[in-house]
Ligand binder design. Structure first.
Ligand code: HDD
Length: 718
């Protein structure tokens, strides 16, 4: 069980941000120069019907500012949402690292966390099939530490030099900018089919991990192997994890596509509302620690970002907790302008030679220069360190700091030698002294040449429904690819992962499984001999890793959304009973009715409606309850949207309960046919009487569960 966090006393970052906050309440409107404005709605003109005058500084200022409001969006991870919070370590990690924020369990380190999709533009949908960014900025007393990770523990490529190619391939195609926020197109799969190292990541990206139910219900990973360094200078390798306390949950693909239409802000809204409602998202911080002597113990290279260390081999120690408890005040100022960088480290944490990480260490500052426009982006309030900044960097666009004194160089005497360099004992950062020896070569290590064994491990570790979803995702994605040769090459690659998987995808595409010709030729320099770079499928010490499956994840009703379909005449007691039971467990209930406004129950009481069938959809909920009442159920039976709502809830394998006459409404839907089918045991469908309590507890505990068994019983028309 997670340990309880102590209440927050003082958040240094919040205090720091407050210095820049503006509040217009009870104030006069002014120009940017502070001059009070008398008329903000009419421009200055030569006569009421005459031309506007250049002299109108109020008009010019307002329009000029507007004209320059936009900045370039992030080249990747453009769409995201963020929140403030804090991190607290459970016990001192001094044995492994001297990082100050990992020493003292009573210390709360402020954090700002941004979640994102990768491929879509800023205005794209949250529910794209995509990797999710999980970037954490720790405002530590020793400066900013950024853990810029994803919700998937591995990556597509082994070397940063291929990153622009990967991203060009996945982004909308350059001739017509189609498709938006989707990998299901020719250029992506063309690149992937020529990049066998991506196959492990592809298994993850085609799994339901790429369709999170909520940012609050996904894991985070630092991906690369990093180093912890303790006070004595002793290093350990470390992999970072974030474990969500609500468990890991996903939606299904059909649902994701529909959410994208019904509420493209689904994840953003979910995060924002959870925090506004005081249901603060929480993750435990996990580490896998590997002594340096074990560097070559695992049959794969710790520097290879397409590999993970199975938790069954090196357990994840949960060493602290992160709580997100405050929404940003201003999306642009905070969420948009925050600048993360894997190179923002503090003493006690250092890099490894992972060639993907090494390239990232260049890219992030570089991209901020074009995105935020100045080397002074560290002075933007959301980015500035809570530890004071003193150095000889000077000037540049939009400089905020007013550096005093004559000397802006080091060494100096005129400034008294200040600012001083800090000894390691005074907290100065000194890079880990790793011995490195080698020829200067443009090459990849032979130890990276195992492209498939962990892809196979991942696929074999999935539950049956999870495997089915991967197969369906590949059928969908490759089915959207127009070039048959690309589909064929992909089938060939999939056969290296799992023959049955390849066959099932091939059958759907009307193709045969055939070996890939010249599989690896494309991955090396023009003069390289492909024979030197053949895949060696390494023997794995395990064939199953249950931690890779979401099937056994913790399930909590907290913050889950339940729809109650109701109309006039609803049995008020039946409605209230389930509403109260759901809310008692921390779930939320919305009354969905034929129209907005209010409905009247069987006792004449008015019940406010939360959403009409027009403005809601089953895909926005986790479960459905049909309360008792003759009149209301008759009215709903006549409504096609109500029937569709039920069918779709069933199709997406969610819990459904029907109380008393609610069963008649259920019978009028497709589910009715399933109920009559004696061979079907109707998992997740609860029919009975709420008055004797028979269905309430079963339904409530089923809310976070998906009953994927239903998918084996044929497709639901919805
Ligand atoms: Fe990256 C943004 C995560 C590889 C170059 N990356 C970015 C963000 C996340 C990641 C979460 C969004 C940060 C935010 O919310 O502002 N990136 C990763 C992970 C990778 C990875 C986990 C592999 C393990 N990235 C990667 C490579 C390169 C980049 C190999 C370039 C060589 N990433 C960038 C970038 C971005 C970025 C272009 C775009 C916006 C930004 O940095 O601030 O520099």
């Amino acid at each position: 069980m997670a340990k309880k966090a102590t209440p927050q006393k003082e958040d240094k970052k919040e205090i720091d941000l407050n210095l820049n906050k503006e509040n217009s309440t009870e104030t006069f409107m002014t120009t940017d120069q502070g001059v009070k404005i008398n008329d903000d709605t009419n421009s200055l003109k030569a006569g009421e019907r005459g031309p506007s005058l250049l002299e109108d500084f109020i008009l010019r200022e307002k329009i000029t500012h507007f004209d320059h409001e936009r900045i370039p969006e992030r080249v990747v991870h453009a769409r995201g949402a963020a929140a403030h919070g804090y991190f607290q370590v459970y016990e001192s990690m001094s044995k492994y690292t001297k990082a100050g924020f990992l020493q003292d369990p009573s210390l709360k380190t402020p954090v700002f966390v941004r979640f994102s999709t990768v491929a879509g533009f800023r205005g794209s949908t949250d529910l794209a099939r995509d990797v999710r960014g999980f970037a954490v900025k720790f405002y530590t007393e020793e400066g900013n530490y950024d853990l810029v990770g994803n919700n998937i523990p591995v990556f597509f490529i082994q070397d940063a030099i291929k990153f622009p190619d990967l991203i060009h391939a996945v982004k909308p195609e350059p001739n017509n900018e189609i498709p938006q926020a989707a990998s299901a197109h020719d250029t992506f799969w063309d690149f992937i089919s020529l990049t066998p190292e991506s196959m492990h990541m592809i298994m993850w990206a085609m799994s339901d991990r790429a369709l999170p139910r909520s940012y609050r219900m996904m894991e985070g990973f630092g991906v690369h192997t990093f180093r912890f360094i303790n006070e004595k200078g002793i290093a350990h390798f470390v992999k970072f994890h974030w474990k969500p306390l609500l468990g890991i949950h996903s939606v299904v693909w059909d649902e994701a596509q529909k959410i994208s239409g019904k509420d493209p802000d689904f994840h953003r809204r979910d995060l924002y509302e959870a925090i506004e409602n005081g249901a603060y998202p929480e993750w435990e911080f996990g580490v896998q620690i590997i002594p340096e002597k074990d560097e070559h113990k695992y049959g794969f290279d710790l520097l290879d970002p397409t590999k993970l260390i199975p938790e069954e081999l090196v357990p994840v120690q949960r060493i602290g907790k992160m709580v997100l408890n405050r929404n940003p005040d201003n999306f642009f100022a905070e969420t948009e302008q925050v600048a993360f960088h894997p190179g923002h480290v503090v003493p006690g944490i250092d890099f490894t030679n992972d060639p993907l990480l090494q390239g990232r260490l260049f890219s992030y500052t570089d991209t901020q220069l074009s995105r935020l426009g100045s080397p002074n982006f560290h002075e933007i309030p959301i980015n500035r360190s809570v530890n004071a900044v003193h150095n000889n960097q000077r000037d540049g666009h939009m400089r905020q700091q007013i550096n005093k004194g004559q000397a802006s160089y080091h060494p100096n005497t005129l400034g008294g030698g200040c600012p001083y360099q800090a000894k390691m004992s005074e907290g100065g950062f000194a890079s880990y002294q790793e011995r490195v020896d080698g020829n200067k070569v443009r090459a990849r290590s032979q130890s990276f040449m195992d492209f498939f064994s962990q892809a196979t491990l991942f696929f074999s570790s999935q539950s049956k429904p999870e495997q089915k979803h991967i197969i369906d995702a590949l059928r969908f994605e490759l089915g959207k690819v127009q070039t048959v040769a690309i589909r064929q090459r992909m089938i060939g690659l999939l056969a290296y992962v799992d023959k049955k998987l390849a066959k099932e995808v091939a059958d759907n595409l009307g193709l045969e499984v055939m070996p890939v010709e010249g599989l690896l030729n494309h991955n090396f320099g023009a003069d390289a001999n492909p024979e030197d770079y053949q895949n060696h499928k390494a023997k794995q010490s395990i064939t199953q890793s249950p931690a890779l499956s979401m099937a056994g994840s913790a399930k909590s009703v907290q913050t889950r959304q339940v729809a109650i379909l109701a109309a006039n005449g609803v049995d008020g007691a039946s409605l209230k009973k389930v509403k109260n039971a759901v809310e008692k467990e921390g779930g939320q209930v919305k009354i969905v009715a034929l129209t907005n406004g209010a409905i009247t129950d069987n006792k004449g009481n008015s019940i406010p409606v939360d959403m009409s069938l027009l403005t809601s959809a089953s895909v926005l909920f986790d479960a459905l309850y049909l309360p008792d009442g003759e009149q209301n159920n008759k009215a709903l039976q006549q409504d096609g949207d109500a029937i569709h709502f039920i069918n779709e809830t069933y199709k997406h394998c969610k819990a459904i309960a029907a109380d008393g006459a609610g069963a008649e409404l259920l019978n009028a839907s497709y589910v009715g046919m399933k109920i009559k089918d004696k061979a079907n045991d109707n998992p997740g469908v609860f029919i009975g009487k709420s008055s004797n309590g028979s269905i309430v507890a079963d339904f409530v505990s089923a809310i976070p569960t998906r009953f994927y068994e239903r998918e084996e019983k044929g497709k639901v028309p919805a």
